[in-house]
Ligand binder design. Structure first.
Ligand SMILES: C[S@@+](CC[C@H](N)C(=O)[O-])C[C@H]1O[C@@H](n2cnc3c(N)ncnc32)[C@H](O)[C@@H]1O
Length: 250
């Protein structure tokens, strides 16, 4: 591994090891819980459709499990779940949280820059919410994920939109973690190049994340979501959104 790549991987892992359980604070407010439900519904709807008429469990890989926000909902479906994270702390949190859950096959330390171990088999569904966002090598990450999927498998993930207020606030003003962004066309091109097809891209949130943290009452949360909906009507599904939500197939 080149030195610069090792350093940036270590930096990402160190950051998330430090965040650990405190990451749950990012999802505490009412508006954030509502947003979280919108995201997890995207995943559970796909799994439920795949499960219809099938007796066998759907094989799911959740990449970047963190505190298990996505995995927790996936585990309500008929699945065999594998989960990975670059942070040892996050893996320990999930191992503890889901201890004894028979649907969980493995939670393992893994960096998605590297191929997914072939011994885990291939997957019907792969999820990576808010994970493919940190490395300039994100196109390689897409290829690694493609290789780990079954033919016709579904990949659901988020990717930061370069043209959003959030990107301006986080990367230019606050200079937090280094991250990557793409325009809609760059993202589509990268997905086609990695081999994906049936690409559907929507988006959400044109307002700063802080508004979601503040909106902790029903009234403020309703106002926030109504305003987002109005912006969506005016600007369309992806223009200036903070995150692209992508569902595509192998
Ligand atoms: C913003 S959190 C998102 C967690 C979860 N997917 C969710 O949406 O709640 C990002 C997580 O991705 C993990 N991560 C970042 N880069 C990664 C990589 N290259 N390989 C695997 N996990 C990674 C981090 O350690 C962290 O736990």
């Amino acid at each position: 591994m080149e030195d610069s790549k090792k350093t940036s991987t270590k930096k990402i892992a160190d950051y998330w090891n430090m965040r650990g359980e405190t990451y749950s604070r990012s999802w505490q407010s009412l508006a954030k819980k509502r947003l979280s439900l919108m995201e997890t519904d995207l995943v559970t709807n796909v799994i439920k459709n795949l499960s219809a008429g099938k007796k066998r469990p759907i094989r799911v890989l959740d990449i970047g499990i963190a505190i298990g926000r996505i995995s927790e909902q996936i585990l309500k479906c008929n699945v065999e779940l594998y989960g990975t994270d670059i942070s040892e702390t996050m893996i320990k949190i999930c191992q503890e949280k889901f201890r004894g859950n028979k649907e969980v096959k493995k939670f393992a330390l893994h960096d998605v820059h590297n191929p997914i171990p072939s011994g885990w088999g291939t997957f019907d569904v792969v999820t990576a919410f808010r994970v493919i966002a940190y490395s300039p090598q994100w196109k390689k990450e897409l290829r690694n994920i493609f290789d780990a999927m079954r033919p016709n498998g579904t990949f659901i993930f988020t990717f930061p939109n370069r043209y959003s207020s959030h990107w301006l606030s986080t990367h230019i003003i606050r200079r937090k973690l280094d991250g990557v962004t793409a325009s809609l066309n760059e993202l589509k091109k990268a997905l086609y190049e990695a081999g994906f097809s049936h690409i559907q891209i929507t988006g959400y949130s044109r307002l700063l994340d802080s508004f979601y943290d503040w909106a902790d009452t029903k009234i403020s949360s309703d106002m926030l979501f109504s305003f987002e909906r109005l912006l969506e009507k005016l600007l369309g599904p992806t223009l200036f959104v903070r995150l692209f939500y992508i569902i595509c197939q192998k």
